[in-house]
Design a protein around this ligand. Sequence first.
Ligand SMILES: *[C@@H]1O[C@H](CO)[C@@H](O)[C@H](O)[C@H]1NC(C)=O
Ligand SMILES: *[C@@H]1O[C@H](CO)[C@@H](O)[C@H](O)[C@H]1NC(C)=O
Ligand SMILES: *[C@@H]1O[C@H](CO)[C@@H](O)[C@H](O)[C@H]1NC(C)=O
Ligand SMILES: *[C@@H]1O[C@H](CO)[C@@H](O)[C@H](O)[C@H]1NC(C)=O
Ligand SMILES: CC(=O)N[C@H]1CO[C@H](CO)[C@@H](O)[C@@H]1O
Length: 361
Amino acid sequence: MALLTQWYIAVAVLAVSFVTQEAFVPTVHAADSSFCGIVPQQLFCTEHRVHSPDGFELVLHRLSHGTATDSGATPVLIMHSEFLNADSWFELTSPADELLPLLLVNSGLDVWVGHERATYWSHGHLSLETNDTRFWDWTWDDQAQNDVPTYLDYINNTTGSAVHYIGLSQSATAGAAAATILRTSPMIKSLTLIGPTIYTGNTTSVILATWAFLFGDLIDQGNYDNGYQNGAFNFTTAFPGITSINGQSPVAAALQIISGLRTNTWSRFAYRTADRNNQAYGVPVAPNYHPEDIPTNIPVLVVYGGNDAVAPKAGVHLLLSRLRNVQTVFLPGYAHYDLLWSSRRTQDIFLPVLQFLQRHG
Ligand SMILES: *[C@@H]1O[C@H](CO)[C@@H](O)[C@H](O)[C@H]1NC(C)=O
Ligand SMILES: *[C@@H]1O[C@H](CO)[C@@H](O)[C@H](O)[C@H]1NC(C)=O
Ligand SMILES: *[C@@H]1O[C@H](CO)[C@@H](O)[C@H](O)[C@H]1NC(C)=O
Ligand SMILES: *[C@@H]1O[C@H](CO)[C@@H](O)[C@H](O)[C@H]1NC(C)=O
Ligand SMILES: CC(=O)N[C@H]1CO[C@H](CO)[C@@H](O)[C@@H]1O
């Protein structure tokens, strides 16, 4: 199918979905247990709350074996994929599977599990209710500019150390973007980017990418039945009808992704007018992020799949060509959601990630 036709269909799917909403309303279990309740019992778990500069509650859970974290243990922040919550780190995919947070704690790291803004375990705001469209008026670029720096600041304040950052999918994109920010990059010890959705222009399927953006959580519908709280947004109550696409609404967030698909750029959020871009960035066109701006003393590990239509191989190769201190794990058979849910992910992904962190202790 011609790319343009695919794009029109994708936009139509988007429009219809946002108008009807019922199409992708998952059932959500009540928040009847705290997050620490789903963490393996042998781990000691503490909850930490900070707020982003734009008022979003950002919750972190710190895991260790004893009540006192080894002083000197290197902190590692793990950020879940969009559409999922951090529970996803605690679900085994097969009998031989191991949990990444547990592997990291067992190898002596000081593990911080982060929750994205506006997700099940972290959806407070200093002044906005979730039924306010302004609560949803942001894109991954705000996570890069506000949230990742706030998590890292908090962890650096608490531990006095720079942090290994591990991000999956869009959290990889936000982490890499944050690593290009001068004030933030000194707090990053290494970057692990799993399925980074940075250059998406070579995707083989626009529809698939759009579909993944909107419906990715439903892939994991089975986990709702198991009592897990996956599905980042509580659409039933917390996702007001969107009537305008002029600002950074979730529709705009989707459009930013589609725009990235069309232009193969990695850019700041592009407002619709030169005036708004000028106000925000001092230039009429939203500026690009540059992988070259990630300091060379931050080692980067990129884990990517050969059949990934969301973080396509050609886009990852473009990223790799622009990174100056990079190692790779290439998994030819993997598609995007395999990077999250493969039954072989421990040997294929988690252990190589652990070795990378140990090399850059
Ligand atoms: C999600 O929606 C359900 C159903 O309306 C509600 O009971 C629950 O409290 C909501 N959860 C959150 C975290 O907002
Ligand atoms: C949003 O929720 C708050 C508190 O639950 C309520 O007071 C307010 O009227 C609601 N606003 C809208 C626009 O529904
Ligand atoms: C980190 O510490 C500085 C200095 O005390 C403080 O201004 C800042 O708010 C702290 N950051 C976070 C996220 O707690
Ligand atoms: C990927 O996209 C870029 C920019 O549109 C293009 O120059 C390049 O040929 C594409 N590569 C592949 C493998 O399709
Ligand atoms: C970037 C940054 O703020 N790094 C700090 C992390 O914490 C240590 C110890 O407090 C400081 O020396 C670093 O400057």
